[in-house]
Design a protein around this ligand. Structure first.
Ligand code: CUA
Length: 330
């Protein structure tokens, strides 16, 4: 084959991989996407991403254009002085300008992201494998789990810590990612600008149930948030004394707190307003009776690695009042 013969372009690879790419993209979810920014920091990061992508496309096109040009048999060899200038500009000057611009732009972005002054304080602790969320309120701490509610337009200052292993807190639609490191306290601010329910994940491998250590951030109008926090600060509503008796006698209070009862354990999630949460078991199960029954019977099957003990032998005449009691904790 002579150098001037053209090889016909056969997009076989593109045809074969495109369905796979589309299939993968169908799993994308705007609730957990940094490309659907719903928080101040996420919007800043998203903007930087698009600038970097645009620059990368321009550089890619330029490099490929030059490669294409130089591969043509008709391209004349350059003089040595031209080649030197080319190396100087394309090998040193332009890459240096691009990299330094990105570095400086990134540092300004970081400064902007750290400049927000929080007007709401909450602590997020990484547990195995769930999230303990504690709001600091004038009436005292309000503890919940796996679901963070935030007021729209206000800045929340999160204090991130862990007692066991390293976890990482990431709600991509709202802001940056931050590790939770034992023996250390990290801080992150979130300023949500759009109401809605946004997803988050543990983004650092932390053990068996790492992939099932999810959370949700629900952004509410400020007035709704204040009403929710006031309700959350109240003690539990007991709808079944019989269920509470089962809860107590089965020893659940050794691990769980229910404010307004004797249960004051701290190893597991605070259940005072358990039924007001949208999901159970750190985003793994829906909040419904069948899921709750299955969870109490055998948590490890539903979420391997969960530390909650199983109650496979709890008879129905004790299980049903227990479920009534838990489902009433709104
Ligand atoms: Cu916690 Cu991964």
């Amino acid at each position: 084959m002579s150098a001037t013969q053209r090889v016909p372009f056969k997009p076989v690879l593109a045809r074969r991989t495109m369905p796979l790419v589309l299939l993968a993209l169908s799993g994308c979810d705007s609730r957990t996407s940094m490309l659907a920014g719903a928080g101040r920091d996420a919007i800043l990061v998203e903007r930087l991403f698009w600038i970097m992508l645009a620059a990368a496309v321009v550089i890619w096109a330029a490099v490929n254009g030059m490669a294409f040009y130089s591969s043509r048999a008709t391209a004349r060899p350059d003089r040595e002085s031209t080649a030197r200038l080319f190396v100087l500009w394309c090998g040193m000057v332009i890459p240096s300008v691009v990299l330094i611009s990105l570095l400086v732009g990134g540092m300004f972005l970081l400064r902007d992201m750290r400049s927000a002054r929080p007007d709401l304080a909450l602590a997020v602790d990484g547990e195995q494998f769930w999230w303990r969320v504690t709001y600091d309120t004038p009436q005292g701490p309000v503890v919940t789990a796996n679901e963070i509610r935030l007021p729209q337009g206000r800045t929340a200052g999160l204090t991130l810590a862990s007692t066991g292993v390293i976890h990482s807190f990431w709600a991509p639609a709202l802001g940056g990612k931050m590790d939770l490191i034992p023996g250390r306290t990290n801080r992150l601010t979130l300023t949500p600008v759009e109401p809605g329910r946004w997803g988050g994940n543990c983004a650092e491998f932390c053990g068996t149930a790492h992939a099932q250590m999810r959370f949700e951030v629900e952004v509410l109008p400020a007035a709704d948030f204040d009403a929710w926090l006031a309700a959350e600060a109240r003690p539990a509503r007991i709808v079944s004394d019989e269920g509470l008796a089962v809860f107590t006698s089965a020893g659940c209070g050794a691990c769980h707190t229910i404010r307004g009862t004797q249960a004051a354990g701290t190893a597991g999630p605070d259940l005072t307003h358990f039924a007001s949460r949208h999901m159970m078991a750190a985003g793994v199960l829906p909040q419904d009776r069948a899921a709750l029954r299955a969870w109490v019977r055998d948590p490890d099957t539903l979420k391997p690695g969960a530390l909650m003990p199983a109650y496979p032998d709890l008879p129905d005449d004790r299980m049903e009042p227990l479920l009534d009691f838990l489902a009433g904790l709104e």
